[in-house]
Design a protein around this ligand. Structure first.
Ligand SMILES: *Cc1c(COP(=O)(O)O)cnc(C)c1O
Length: 390
């Protein structure tokens, strides 16, 4: 089979020696990249949905932005010739008031993904380990690799939730960061407050724990008792090694602007600030976030979250009634355990106008979107349930 290097050789010498071909090595003029980075899968955003279809592949909020939020963005556009406030103080002060902490105990970033990257960079030297559940958020492995850290993936329990005992047991001398994602993207279960407390008691207090709560606003579990969800807002100041991460991308509907935040001990946040690319949060993003936290705006946003939660419950109940083994769903998405049928089911959904996120050979994550998408999903998945589960 002709290879790139052979073509090059033929171009130069006019012929390829069939007996002793040149070794198929990297041409010596190829730019030297870190091999582990060059080997990373390229980022592929979900396919665009067909014109009258549904993009349910990125856990986005299906509602248009609030008019007051659009106004705040428009107003701040008038000063884009200036750099933004480097630490988004107005936003941090608003969040600090909300969580009963000082503004120094809050850091903002260009999405909470950027913050997770900063914390890993702050804590890990090459070869240090980051422990997290798997399957979980698809960004974690790449962020670890970019930092030169080693991913240690601990399998989820059979119910698709985190196995916190196994996570704690996976901590070694080399572990610098443990990530807990609750509710877990893409599978849906949450970590309970009791499970998390027991986990924190086992993890050495000099190892950073990141509690990723990108979907906490969609949780409707009891607030007390054994099923109560962990809630980072109630844990501020409790642990010297805990940082809680949240985002405006999902419940607040600002995915396109890139703004998230972390709450935690000042020395850890200072270290994460040092690893940031400066000025990542634009003035528009900060203004939109501040406007979203105003009482009237936030009340409306929370009503929308209630609608999405209702839709999620309706969708999950309908799919379970059809015979699908849908795990608990505490975010704005449901998980279909399609196993080796994953690609085929994703294709059938696509043909029906639905773009979902396929993770072959495990399953499919479907975001809860427009009301009419629920009917389309139940119709098509009802036809597939008998032949498509793992
Ligand atoms: C969406 C998401 C985030 C945050 O995304 P940003 O848009 O970067 O704020 C973080 N963690 C998980 C698990 C997510 O699903």
């Amino acid at each position: 089979m002709p290879q790139l290097w052979q073509t090059t050789a033929r171009d130069r010498r006019g012929t390829v020696d069939p007996v002793t071909p040149a070794a198929p090595e990297t041409p010596n003029n190829a730019v030297r990249l870190r091999p582990e980075i060059a080997a990373l899968p390229p980022y592929r955003q979900g396919r665009p949905a067909p014109a009258d279809g549904y993009k349910l592949s990125s856990n986005e909020n299906p509602f248009d932005p609030l008019p007051v939020v659009v106004d705040a963005i428009t107003a701040s556009a008038a000063s884009v010739n200036r750099y933004p406030d480097a630490t988004a103080l107005a936003l941090r002060e608003k969040l600090a008031e909300r969580f009963g902490v000082t503004a120094d105990e809050i850091i903002v970033g260009a999405g909470s993904v950027a913050l997770i990257a900063q914390f890993i960079l702050a804590a890990c030297a090459p070869g240090d380990e980051v422990v997290y559940s798997w399957r979980s958020f698809e960004a974690y492995p790449g962020l670890c690799t970019v930092a030169g850290a080693t991913s240690v993936q601990v399998p989820n329990r059979p119910d698709h939730g985190h196995d916190l005992d196994a996570l704690a047991a996976a901590v070694t001398d080399r572990t610098r960061v443990i990530i807990v994602c609750s509710p877990n993207n893409p599978t849906g279960p949450l970590v309970t407050a009791d499970e998390f407390a027991a986990f924190m008691a086992k993890v050495p207090s000099d190892r950073l724990v990141l509690l990723d709560e990108a979907y906490i606003e969609f949780v409707r579990a009891e607030s007390t008792g054994p099923g109560a969800s962990v809630d980072g807002a109630t844990l501020t100041g409790r642990y010297p090694n805990l940082v809680v991460l949240r985002t405006f991308s999902k419940a607040y509907g600002l995915a396109g602007l890139r703004v998230g935040y972390a709450i935690g001990p000042v020395p850890i946040l200072d270290a994460a600030r040092a690893t940031a690319i400066p000025l990542g949060v634009t003035g528009q993003a900060a203004a939109a976030a501040v406007a979203s936290l105003e009482p009237d705006a936030e009340a409306e946003l929370r009503r929308r979250v209630d609608v999405i939660v209702e839709r999620r419950e309706a969708l999950r109940a309908a799919l379970i009634a059809q015979g699908w083994a849908i795990p608990e769903a505490h975010g704005n998405f449901v998980w279909l355990p399609t196993g080796e049928h994953t690609v085929a089911v994703a294709e059938r959904l696509f043909d029906a106008g639905v773009v979902a996120r396929a993770f072959p050979p495990e399953g499919i994550r479907i975001s809860v979107g427009e009301a009419s998408s629920v009917e389309v999903l139940t119709e098509i998945l009802g036809q597939l349930v008998g032949t498509s589960q793992a």
